[in-house]
Design a protein around this ligand. Sequence first.
Ligand code: HEM
Ligand SMILES: *[C@@H]1O[C@H](CO)[C@@H](O)[C@H](O)[C@H]1NC(C)=O
Ligand SMILES: *[C@@H]1O[C@H](CO)[C@@H](O)[C@H](O)[C@H]1NC(C)=O
Length: 360
Amino acid sequence: MAYKGFVAAALTLATLSNAKPLNRRVACGDGNTASNEVCCQLFPLVDLIQSELFDGGECGEEVHESLRLTFHDAIGFSPTAGGGGADGSIITFADTETAFHANGGIDEIVGVQAQFISDHNVTISPGDFIQLAGAVGVSNCGGAPRIPFFFGRPAPKAASPDGLIPEPFDSVDKILARFSDAGFSPAEVVALLASHSVAAADNVDPTIPGTPFDSTPSLFDSQFFVEVLMKGTAFPGTGNNEGEAKSPAAGEIRIESDELLARDSRTACEWQSFVDNHSKLMSAFSDAMVKLSVLGHDINDLVDCSEVIPQAQPLPDNAGPHLLPATSLDDIEASCDSTPFPSLTALPGPATSIPPVPPS
Ligand code: HEM
Ligand SMILES: *[C@@H]1O[C@H](CO)[C@@H](O)[C@H](O)[C@H]1NC(C)=O
Ligand SMILES: *[C@@H]1O[C@H](CO)[C@@H](O)[C@H](O)[C@H]1NC(C)=O
């Protein structure tokens, strides 16, 4: 129902658009203003997502999983193999897609979002919902960019084929080829991996659920790019599983694909460039996320509703790239000369274990 209203409203606006100033804003009636009236319905939905799905606005497990879901839905897209991209097929055809090996553990957030959609009679498409929840969720992480949101994805037609989602044990050749097939350059792959700055793994090593990829999993900072370049140690119980590498601290996980991409000549310079350039990290990630979020669609068919996405808090003053306690630059496996690894110092104190991300 809301969908028909949306199409009609979009057509009306398109017809009138020549006579209106481009920056005309619409009053939504609830105090919000939007660039297009179809965006108005999203403001209360964003509030509901924050209060019901993200526990009032935290950057915790539910946000991390929702961000991962944006990727696993969207990357099911290939000009040759098929798949509808960011179309919500991972929710609508969950029985098929959650069974894919690369989707291990994704059934949890798929179930949570599907239940939310049904409990609250959400009328936007599942493809829109997944990308909206991801952008809203990221805004809860200090230091994150405001990821633009485009609205109007149609309902999915079919499940995506298996084999399109990268795995942590894949080679760099295979990963870059898969992303290239979907339209992403090696630099964009590195930018997208900033997502692993707000991330933990439950399934890579099921004996240590909630193990973060860096020491600051609720901040969108560059610590992930620092810590993946540190020497790995075989801490008890880690580094033994398929796709799992040795990590720089107890309680922290590193996957093989991140370890290899950080050190490969095709990606290492971009990787190191993010260590002390937070504004570049934000803008490159945001740009690549927009591209990911519209895979399988023509962006010109969608309505820019970016104003519904909250603005994240900046990084706290005391956050900044640093080495882990009791380490030094000798522990960095610098991998590019043209964007040299910056001269960071270590946090004071003895080596500590990184606490897990609590389940929500
Ligand atoms: C080379 C490509 C990638 C590989 C091989 C990869 C692999 C993985 C693996 C194995 C996990 C742990 C899952 C678990 O055990 O629970 C994970 C988590 C995660 N990934 Fe990726 N990933 C890739 C790219 C991306 C991209 C592009 C995004 C961005 C949108 C993303 C977002 C996340 C997030 C947010 C998590 C944390 C989920 C949580 O904390 O529950 N990943 N990834
Ligand atoms: C959702 O729709 C059903 C059936 O129309 C209705 O009974 C229910 O109250 C609605 N729930 C909400 C949260 O609006
Ligand atoms: C950060 O990256 C931007 C974009 O590549 C670049 O123009 C700028 O010089 C960089 N800043 C620093 C401090 O390296």
